[in-house]
Design a protein around this ligand. Sequence first.
Ligand code: ADP
Ligand code: ADP
Length: 222
Amino acid sequence: TTAIRIEDVNKIYKASDGREVQALTHIDLNVKKSEFISIIGPSGCGKSTLLRILANLDTPSSGSITWEKSADNIGFVFQDATLLPWKTVYQNAKFPLEVKKIETKENMENLDKLLELAGLKGFEKAYPRELSGGMRQRVAIVRALSYNPDVLLMDEPFGALDALTRDKMGIELLRIWTETKKTILFVTHSISEAAFLSDRVIVMSPRPGKIDEIIDINLPHP
Ligand code: ADP
Ligand code: ADP
């Protein structure tokens, strides 16, 4: 079944000098439920724009996006972890649970598990300014996973991490995904990361937003 249907989506930005930038051109994409899709492509081809539109942080200029009913619970992790500076690691990580009023025993235990997996045990009381960029990013990942969203949108979530942490987080992400069958859209610069993690790799061409080809890589998952 289809989780997200993206039909003929276009996005035109007006730059400050009045010039128009076509960031997305005729994007058509069906995202199946429980599918893990990686999106790769050169800088400026519209990957972030597409994810921001899916996260409802921006609107398309034309076209439509249809969500399957059960797929409207979205978590997102963007490159620059926007943590609340006045909250601790723990308070940041559990913030969505607080806002959604779902601080159940099960969710709180799951949160502890996620903090441990992300190597954040012992840092619960630290403030974002006291952490490295990589650690902040890990808090943002934990925050996004904390309430078990059906769809996860990730824009270069490991971009700020060192190679070792990146591998560990990638493997962990894959484990979580295979266990929980989430629908994941994952923007990355790393072809090996894309090939290792996903069911399908979408290549966006340097011509802004045009999806060139869809490669089904069919790698057996561990
Ligand atoms: P990518 O994530 O693939 O690097 P982006 O989605 O960030 O690409 O950007 C696609 C194009 O849209 C680029 O040419 C970029 O400069 C332009 N763009 C993105 N955001 C804005 C904005 N807020 N205003 C104007 N142009 C933008
Ligand atoms: P700020 O820009 O003020 O630091 P954020 O951008 O981190 O705030 O988050 C804005 C709102 O979206 C917050 O109320 C937060 O609870 C919620 N939120 C933050 N991250 C996620 C996420 N990954 N998935 C879903 N909701 C989130």
